[in-house]
Design a protein around this ligand. Sequence first.
Ligand code: ATP
Ligand code: MG
Length: 424
Amino acid sequence: RIAPVIDSIGEAFARSGFELALVGGPVRDAMLGRPHNDLDFTTSARPEETEKILRTWGEGLWDMGRDFGTIGTRKGPWQVEVTTYRSEAYSADSRKPSVAYGTSLADDLVRRDFTVNAMAVRLAGPQGKERSVVDLYGGVVDLATRVLRTPGTPEASFSDDPLRMMRAARFAAQLGFTVAPEVVAAMKDMASRITIISAERVRDELVKLICAPYPRRGLSLLVETGLAELVLPELTALRMERDEHNRHKDVYEHTLTVLEQSIDLEARLGGGPDFVSRFAALMHDVGKPRTRKFHDDGTVSFHHHDVVGAKMTRKRMKALRFSNDEIEAVSSLVELHLRFHGYGDGEWTDSAVRRYVRDAGDQLERLHILTRADCTTRNRRKADRLARTYDALEARIERISEEEELAALRPALDGNQIMSLLDI
Ligand code: ATP
Ligand code: MG
């Protein structure tokens, strides 16, 4: 599908005497047969020259990334970004790479994060229009064997930009690829470098990881390499040691299962991947390690782990610079997810059901998902019973909401009262 559009933009740049190549994500995804509507190009043209060409070739223009040499446009369904060849210079403690223009496609490719992201399709070269695959680091082979490797040594790459360690976990989660052993080893060695990266950039990778098709892969990698300890320590803490009687389940394993169960139920929301629902699943038990108590009779309890967990969730999301709306949505789910456990045996009064609905607010549908996901992981018979009980609660919620809607349609005052109030 991308053939006509890349041909036409290649021609436009060739006509002006510049080099142009499709790079990174769209090349990788085209080879994988994954749809990708963002087309990223790299060029020998300087931003002002790119701008001139895109002004006539594209539909609209923006230069939000101008300082980084990027000009954007649209062409039919395609989001197009054209960036001037770069070669980046890094200093050891800088949060952001400083940008210097490069002089060749090869320079531009060597600074990229993974070999599968460092491939290009050259569309305009020194000899004018062309169409050839440029794969200097074995990206095609790595794509075929589904492995993430860095173009140079992973140590040098992660030292240049530690965010790439997060990106390794993110792409593992998105593509279902494995990460090469030497790359995992470098992540373990260099995990502490992630602290020089801004919280916003870490957060953005984390969000993509969690919204990916295989979040378990990415999260396990974060935990295994020690990155989780630094960016999401609550997750690592869930791996509580089992006591000698195996009296309580591994909360970490349980959490990943609940996350996968909620992903299965996500269709209820009628959209794509839902970050709030998934992150709430990930955080729903984070209060447990903090509140665990062993009793003389051999039982374990987690006193108020919902309230404590909600507080911990708020704190973590604040540190990761999430918006207040996102923080409120996720933490309210963590806080409410246990309330259902009081339903069933002693059955709630109608007003208790109303309170449940009111406290959930616009998170009600997500609360249904989280609570059901949390139910389905216990033993099979118990799980079935819990699911049926939740069915009953949902049916009751629906009935009560309908009654309330009807009541809301009836005016609180009758005609005579209204007339006397208005003195007519
Ligand atoms: P998607 O947009 O689908 O999430 P993508 O591969 O396009 O995936 P982006 O984050 O949009 O990922 O980055 C575009 C390309 O820029 C990547 O394919 C990679 O080649 C390069 N890149 C982005 N960030 C970095 C980085 N921190 N270090 C090195 N290269 C990077
Ligand atoms: Mg992209």
